[in-house]
Every structure is written in C-alpha cells, then in structure tokens.
Design a protein around this ligand. Structure first.
Ligand code: AMP
Length: 180
C-alpha cells in the first residue's frame, strides 16, 4: 500500500447487535462521508470492469445506488435501479426472495435492459447472497447478460459470493469481515 492509498476497511464502522442481537452491522456511511475514501472505493470497484464491454450498471436499493451511480459515471454507461416493491412507475418485473423471517420483493422496469446487454451488478455488501441472486434472476428475465458483480464488503462465512460464482457471475469485493 503506498502513501496515497487509504485502508478502506478502517473507514467502515462496525455496530454490534444492530439491527438485532448477534449481528454486526457493517456501516458504509463512515466510508462515503470520507471524500477520498469514497472516491477510492468507487475507483477500486470499477477498476476490473473498464475493458469488459459493460453497458449497464444495476444497483440494489438503497446503498447499491450510492456506489452504482458513481461507478456507472466512471465507466461511462447507464445506471438501472433495482427497487423495493411499489416504487417504480412503469411496467415492472418482480422477484420474491427469502429473508430469515418471511419474504421481500424487488422490482425492475421491464424495459430497463436491452436483450443481451452486459450488466454489472452493484451492492454495498454480500452476505447470504439472497438479495443478489434475486436481482440476477430479475436482470436475466429481462434479457440481461450478468457478467459480473461488485460489493464493497464480503461476509464470506455466509457464502453469498461463492453462490454467485457457482452461477457463473464474477464477484469482486474490496474487503471481507469474518462472521455474521
Ligand atoms: P444478503 O441478501 O444476505 O446477501 O444480504 C445483503 C443485503 O443485506 C445487502 O443489501 C446489505 O446491505 C444488507 N446486509 C446484510 N448483512 C449486513 C451486515 N452485517 N451489515 C450491513 N448490511 C448488511
């Protein structure tokens, strides 16, 4: 690491027992509040994808929008929001996915991706991979070719990144934390 390179992991704030006992919440607000830290994280997230022919960046609500919008700008391509149910005004496709208790639903505009477009999926963190797998299914349903995904944080003990790799999606993460 040269003197110009920040230790991004030290800019993540860890909050124990949030939102419930036993979970350590990995908070990216402390990273994005740091101008150089935010810029470096966006550049490092986008770096492997400069020459991959990506034509859309898809971000998952809400923290995936913060990084995804900046990465789309850096790559010079469009941004597509994957939103919680009921937020998008046009015709949508939706996908349910399992939470620890119950289910949730994400939606995508049906015309957001042209058939065959190469898509890069972005979120702040991958844990079990349930959210990202649901997002990939949606993007594939509208014809996207999901070539890669990038996350600031990986929680490898929860297996989500390997789940995506098993589906043939390249996974790029800037750091990892052990445990839940
Ligand atoms: P998963 O579907 O299990 O991969 O969970 C990923 C989503 O939940 C991401 O959108 C994260 O923002 C959020 N998330 C899960 N676990 C944590 C955690 N320990 N700290 C912060 N966010 C988390």
């Amino acid at each position: 690491m040269d003197s110009q390179t920040l230790d991004l992991k030290s800019l993540i704030r860890s909050i124990p027992d949030y939102p419930k006992a036993g979970i350590i919440f990995r908070d990216i607000t402390s990273l994005i509040a740091h101008g150089e830290g935010f810029r470096q994280s966006v550049r490092e997230l986008a770096a492997p994808f400069q020459e991959m022919g990506i034509s859309k960046v898809a971000g998952i609500e809400a923290r995936g929008f913060i990084f995804g919008g900046a990465i789309a700008d850096l790559l010079g391509v469009g941004f597509v929001p994957i939103r919680k149910q009921g937020k998008l005004p046009g015709e949508v496709v939706g996908q349910d996915y399992a939470l620890e208790y119950g289910t949730d639903r994400i939606e995508l505009h049906a015309d957001a991706i042209a058939p065959g477009e190469k898509v890069l999926l972005i979120d702040d963190l991958i844990a079990t991979g349930g959210t990202a797998v649901a997002a990939i299914e949606l993007l594939e349903r509208v014809g996207g070719d999901i070539v890669a995904s990038a996350f600031v944080i990986d929680l490898p003990d929860l297996g989500g990144a390997n789940l995506l790799r098993d589906k043939g999606v390249k996974v790029h993460c800037l750091m990892a934390f052990e445990g839940l």
